[in-house]
Design a protein around this ligand. Structure first.
Ligand code: PLP
Length: 237
């Protein structure tokens, strides 16, 4: 996590603007403009749509910045949404708060299960009291979000194979790089979202071969936990 207030103070001292990609935190759980950021960006394809239907994005800033920079850029380069897609995203905003709250509730229950499993060796979730930046998370977020990353316990097996087996043994949770959806989705960052990074960069971001990233949806949380549990049993048998 980045301390938005501290970074904004530092940046403003030397005349720089602060841009926050607030996709993981969602507009419900973290309000970067309140902490001094100048621009906030969203891939609306994630929690804002939340149902895998539309590609879109949103940029928030002061009226002055939007009129001076964003409006001419959009007018001259043409990345405009179709009216139908814009309508879908507007309708999605009606339910985003309810969805994110329930998805967070499910995520906390999955966190509790993962903490109790002997086959999980590391967990990354901002509202887990063991998370290194827990105090910062509490300071700037309302809840920990709908995404949880965890490392499968190392065995002598090939680490990537271990993660792939775990993903392939899931039956309810789908493998996909998308996130924020009402459908729970899981991915293997090392070979997908972060595959272009060097090994050194991956190490600095703690992207290991046995790390998986789960985006928790709106399914019955007991079904999700049963799916993870049975996949772990098959993977470690
Ligand atoms: C944190 C974050 N920001 C931005 C994006 C970019 O999204 P898009 O491809 O819709 O522009 C993604 C996509 O995965 C993301 O995970």
């Amino acid at each position: 996590l980045v301390d938005i207030k501290e970074v904004s103070n530092l940046a403003h001292k030397c005349g720089a603007l602060v841009v926050v990609d607030n996709v993981f935190a969602t507009p419900i759980l973290q309000k970067p403009l309140k902490f001094g950021a100048d621009i906030v960006m969203y891939s609306a394809t994630k929690h804002i749509d939340g149902q895998g239907r539309v590609l879109g994005g949103a940029i928030l800033s002061s009226k002055n910045f939007c009129e001076k920079f964003i409006r001419p850029f959009i007018r001259n380069t043409g990345p405009s949404l179709s009216p139908f897609n814009a309508w879908i995203l507007l309708k999605s905003l009606d339910t985003i708060e309810l969805r994110v709250e329930k998805q967070c509730e499910n995520t906390h229950k999955i966190l509790d299960f993962l903490k109790s499993s002997k086959n999980i060796q590391k967990i990354y979730y901002p509202f887990d009291p063991n998370f290194k930046q827990y105090n910062l998370a509490k300071k700037q977020m309302i809840d920990g979000g709908t995404i949880i990353s965890f490392e499968l316990k190392n065995t002598k097996k090939d680490k990537k194979k271990l993660a792939f087996n775990f993903l392939n043994n899931l039956e309810l949770i789908d493998i996909s790089n998308n996130l924020g959806d009402t459908k729970s989705l899981i991915t293997h960052p090392d070979t997908t979202t972060h595959h272009r990074l060097s090994e050194k960069e991956k190490i600095s971001l703690r992207i290991t071969k046995n790390l998986v990233r789960l985006s928790v949806g709106l399914e019955d949380v007991n079904d999700l936990i049963d799916d993870i549990k049975s996949s772990l049993i098959k993977t470690y048998k």
